[in-house]
Design a protein. Structure first.
Ligand SMILES: O=C(CO)COP(=O)(O)O
Length: 254
């Protein structure tokens, strides 16, 4: 199987320059599986991207946490995909639930961002996920399918997309999805890709899980056949992020 395990660290809106340098030092000193077996990407806030890119070990890479949906211009406060490319930033996280919910980013707007970012040459971690209310009303799959559809309608090549399933009720709550809950949605998302984007896309696209992943629960989640890695929030700011990276070995021995 060609899906390399992927571990992203979403630092969200956290950190001082001193703290950021300390996290990078910890990562740089860590012994982790080789880059043949795991792809590691950390995502600091925009202002820290250049310094993190400069001091981070060369087998890890960096992602922005957002970018504007089109070319730059008179869009105060925004950062364009073109600027990220200009700085040599390879990845961007788009459609995170915190932006969908707090900043009212619609499925279509997220789809436009993904399409524009890919066209500029960025690789995209595209996030989908349902709220607790949506899960309890039985609409989980309809919600994540609609979010994925808005991307699929605007994108023809999936090779630079990692799909992150992040149930909103599991983010920052300590209430992680059970391995079978995660597997069920990942399996259905892969099936959705198969039906709507083709068998090759379904087979090769990495679907990663995010929501209260930590050093203690990552191995059991990683063992699920359709879980191809993680997008980690809180624990990515701590040394246990290294244990999460090491959970790639679960796949290797599988
Ligand atoms: O939102 C997340 C990653 O993008 C997950 O956050 P937590 O790991 O803090 O739950």
């Amino acid at each position: 199987m060609s899906r390399k395990f992927f571990v992203g660290g979403n630092w969200k809106c956290n950190g001082t320059i001193e703290e950021v340098k300390k996290i990078v030092t910890t990562l740089n000193e860590a012994e982790v599986p080789s880059e043949d077996d795991v792809e590691v990407v950390v995502s600091p806030p925009f202002v820290f991207l250049p310094v993190v890119k400069t001091i981070l070990r060369s087998d890890f890479s960096v992602a922005a946490q957002n970018c504007w949906a089109r070319k730059g211009g008179a869009f105060t406060g925004e950062v364009s995909a073109d600027m990220l490319i200009n700085l040599g930033i390879p990845w961007v996280i788009l459609g995170h639930s915190e932006r969908r919910l707090l900043l009212n980013e619609s499925n279509e707007f997220v789809g436009d961002k993904v399409s524009y970012a890919l066209a500029q040459g960025l690789k995209v971690i595209a996030c989908v996920g349902e709220t607790l209310e949506q899960r309890e009303s039985g609409s989980t799959m309809a919600v994540v399918a609609a979010q994925t559809k808005a991307i699929a309608e605007r994108v023809s090549n999936w090779s630079n997309i990692v799909l992150a399933y992040e149930p909103v009720w599991a983010i920052g709550t300590g209430k992680v999805a059970t391995p079978s809950q995660a597997q069920e949605v990942h399996f259905n998302l892969r099936k959705w890709l198969q039906d709507n984007a083709g068998a090759e896309v379904a087979l090769s696209t990495r679907i990663i899980y995010g929501g209260s992943v930590n050093g203690a629960n990552c191995r059991e989640l990683a063992a699920q056949p359709d879980v191809d890695g993680f997008l980690v929030g809180g624990a990515s700011l701590k040394p246990e992020f290294i244990d999460i990276i090491k959970s790639a070995t679960v796949k290797k021995s599988a």
